[in-house]
Design a binder for this molecule. Structure first.
Ligand code: SF4
Length: 419
């Protein structure tokens, strides 16, 4: 078992021929199909009501057990391998440093985000605990088993951070509190800090304060879309989903006040139809507020409403990845950079020698996310191959070597002229 799927079974995984960026007109999600009433809200799992027996590895040939947070959580295949709950090897990686705990319910996430494998429109096709998410299966594990293993390993744990990933569900806020309390009862948050990947749609400022008071270290908001229009198209009314840009920003600003500088951030997916300038202007806004951006390359998820669309071309991704690193960690401002008429980066605003040094260190091209224990600009959240195939890595889950950097340099091309 490997932590990535064979590339032959993936959907549309390549960039559109002849394009060096994904333009807005191209990146239109499919409309969600109607779900028959009898398959809504996890009805199949609830009516079968099969009792879970320990760890559940997604399996389409058995009845999915009835599992619920806070007793159960799901985790990435990489985390399950790192915990020793699954056998497998990860290409060029020993382990992952971040333990993502995803809340789970038979009803699943009630949102319908167009790029997401967990989205509600899939409820007729696949039970929630069996859905692929960010390219891999997510085993369901009793929370107590997970905490037992990490507590047993103590300071020798490979994990640098734990992250509770909320979903859109009426129980999500209360169960996040329970998971956090149970974790911090047994594991010192100074040894393994906790991040919250929030679900602003169901949250209030009081929820943000409660999580901070219980010892959460970093609070993140998955904006995912770089502009309000793309947000609405991919996560809001455009796909019959409940999220709004304004509510996400409201909770992000609450997190800024409650958690403070360097302790909040936002996720952004690159290549859903925004311009490079749109993304980097958002990165600058977050830095000016005192936060960070965590950035991912759009890579179509099988079964999602965007699985027919092209992956983000590497040229676009590398330009934005480098620009984001310069703004987030090197004090460069977006106003120093130059852009062409289509919003593509044509200059990074620093002397070529300095730029070469940054490129050669390779850190700008690593997976971004909340920091681990190595250094501030190296993320603990290094779950591999979530945004690319291993044969053409977008976010490097390890330190790129000289050959990797040479490939990055070839990909980091200036904008192509229109054909
Ligand atoms: S809220 Fe999160 S988990 Fe739910 S569909 Fe949207 S991206 Fe997926």
């Amino acid at each position: 078992m490997s932590c990535h799927r064979p590339e032959s079974v993936a959907g549309a995984t390549h960039a559109a021929p002849g394009l060096d960026h994904n333009p807005a007109a191209l990146m239109q999600p499919r409309a969600p199909a109607a779900t028959p009433q009898e398959l809504k809200n996890g009805a199949r799992v609830k009516s079968n009501n099969v009792a879970p027996q320990g760890v559940y590895l997604p399996n389409y040939n058995v009845l999915t057990p009835h599992m619920r947070s806070p007793d159960y959580v799901q985790m990435s295949t990489a985390a399950a391998i790192t915990l020793g709950l699954m056998k497998g090897r990860m290409y060029r990686c020993e382990c992952t440093r971040c333990l993502n705990l995803l809340l789970t319910y038979p009803e699943g996430c009630r949102a319908n985000c167009a790029y997401c494998g967990l989205a509600r429109h899939r409820e007729a096709e696949r039970d929630y605990a069996d859905r692929n998410f960010i390219r891999v299966d997510w085993p369901a594990v009793p929370l107590d088993t997970t905490i037992d293993i990490v507590a047993r390993d103590g300071a020798a744990s490979p994990f640098h951070r734990m992250c509770i990933s909320m979903i859109t569900h009426p129980r999500s806020d209360a169960d996040t509190v329970t998971v956090l309390k149970k974790w911090t009862d047994r594991i010192d948050p100074a040894t393994i800090p906790v991040s919250i990947l929030s679900n602003p749609t169901t949250m209030t400022r009081e929820d943000v304060k409660r999580l901070h008071g219980l010892g959460a270290d970093i609070f993140t908001v998955a904006l995912d879309a770089a502009t309000p229009e793309i947000f609405d198209r991919t996560r809001g009314k455009g796909v019959q989903s409940p999220h709004s840009w304004a509510k996400y920003w409201e909770i992000l600003m609450d997190a800024r006040e409650v958690f403070g500088r360097e302790k909040f951030g936002a996720h952004i997916i690159v290549g859903m139809g925004e311009t490079e300038h749109d993304v980097l202007a958002l990165v600058q806004r977050l830095v000016d507020l005192g936060g960070h951006s965590h950035m991912f390359c759009f890579f179509p998820e099988r079964g999602s409403l965007m699985d027919h669309l092209p992956a983000t071309p590497r040229d676009q991704w590398r330009r934005v990845q480098l620009g984001r690193y310069l703004i987030d960690y090197r004090g460069v401002r977006v106003e120093q950079m130059s852009f062409d008429g289509e919003g593509r980066v044509t200059g990074f605003g620093i002397p070529q020698g300095e730029l070469d040094d940054v490129i050669d260190t390779g850190i700008a091209f690593r997976t971004s996310g909340c920091p681990g224990k190595f250094r501030e600009d190296v993320s603990a959240c290094d779950r591999p191959y979530g945004d690319s195939p291993p044969s053409n890595i977008a976010s490097f889950p390890f330190q790129p070597n000289r050959r990797d950097v040479a490939k990055i340099r070839r990909q980091l091309a200036p904008p192509r002229a229109k054909g």
